[in-house]
Design a protein around this ligand. Structure first.
Ligand SMILES: [Zn+2]
Length: 158
């Protein structure tokens, strides 16, 4: 099983980079979709380089903690050889849940960019202060694409 890999240096300008990186996270969400996992994808970027990737693997691993963000945090920490993700940005297609937001607190990550809000299980609906005070949040990047993937996944389930 290959979960972690670290290829690709996208050559991006600062103006479009959030959308471009979100597209990379969306590709991972689509991969999850193909594997019949709830389609959420995440990447972590440091200095313009993707240093961690993940997508939801809760079915494959029989592990409710195997969210995309958790995979990406672990991969990025392994890559950096340290647990703190300062000067890193997490891109995730759907707003993190409280577990992942809580994990992000411990990483002290600099920035979180997410696509669509999760009205029910997103951290902000439950406990806004769970995010580290140093972490900057941006939402709504490729929001529709990110949300539609999850919607069509659950539509197919019915
Ligand atoms: Zn989560």
């Amino acid at each position: 099983m290959k979960v972690y890999n670290f290829e690709s240096d996208l050559n991006l300008t600062p103006e479009n980079s959030d959308e471009q990186y979100m597209r990379e996270a969306l590709k991972l969400a689509e991969q999850a979709f193909r594997e019949n996992e709830v389609p959420i994808g995440a990447i972590i970027v440091a200095n313009g380089k993707i240093i961690g990737k993940g997508y939801n693997l809760t079915e494959r691993l029989n592990d409710v903690t195997a969210h995309a963000e958790m995979q990406a945090f672990t991969a990025a920490a392994n890559f950096l050889g340290g647990k703190y993700l300062k000067d890193c940005t997490l891109y995730v297609t759907i707003e993190p849940c409280v577990m992942c937001a809580g994990a992000s607190y411990w990483t002290q990550i600099s920035r979180i960019v997410y696509g669509a809000k999760d009205e029910k299980r997103g951290y902000s609906a439950i406990h806004d202060k769970i995010i580290h005070p140093k972490t900057e949040i941006k939402s709504g990047v490729l929001e529709e694409d990110c949300a539609n993937l999850v919607k069509s996944f659950f539509r197919n389930k019915r």
